[in-house]
Design a protein around this ligand. Structure first.
Ligand code: FES
Ligand code: FES
Length: 164
């Protein structure tokens, strides 16, 4: 028997959505199946791999660990929202240029984690970057290029801020 549905209102990537979902519907499924935002990936479904990371009211969160209903009224940013229809976000550009992805499955989670991290630490050293990424897993790259990319992204964002 399916549970009674609840109304969920959310702003995702700047757009308002209202959906009726079962109370136990996961946020990751809400994004992927209700809103067709399939850039948020599901890996472990246990809060371990970081592939499903999104920004929830500006802070990173695991969308596989949260019920959509519990996020009623929240503002969410997914990987689709970081650049909009414009050119790539500087963090995306840095990942591209540093070859910081292979299959790319982990990449949305790394991007969202990096964006939050560089807001709080705009000039990190490599140890701090490594520490910031410990909760995101990548099975392909060996992480070195990802750390290079985050270092480069920090530089790009600092230079962009100076030009702005
Ligand atoms: S799918 Fe959410 S942390 Fe792995
Ligand atoms: S690029 Fe394949 S898991 Fe990270």
């Amino acid at each position: 028997m399916s549970a009674k549905k609840v109304t969920v209102r959310m702003k995702v990537n700047g757009k308002d959505y209202v959906r009726e979902v079962e109370p136990r519907y996961l946020m990751a499924d809400f994004l992927r199946h209700e809103l067709q935002l399939t850039g948020t990936h599901i890996g472990c479904e246990h809060g371990v791999c970081g592939a499903c990371t999104v920004l929830i009211n500006g802070k990173t969160g695991r969308s596989c660990l949260q019920f959509a209903a519990a996020l009623d009224g929240a503002e969410i940013t997914t990987v689709e929202g970081i650049a909009g229809d414009g050119p790539l976000h500087p963090v995306q550009e840095a990942f591209h240029d540093a070859h910081a992805l292979q299959c790319g499955y982990c990449t949305p989670g790394f991007l969202m984690t990096t964006i939050e991290f560089l807001k709080t630490n705009p000039e990190p050293d490599r140890d701090e970057i490594q520490q910031a990424l410990t909760n995101n897993m990548c099975r392909c790259t060996g992480y070195v290029n990802i750390i290079d990319a985050v270092e480069d992204a920090a530089k790009r964002l600092r230079e962009g801020a100076r030009e702005a």
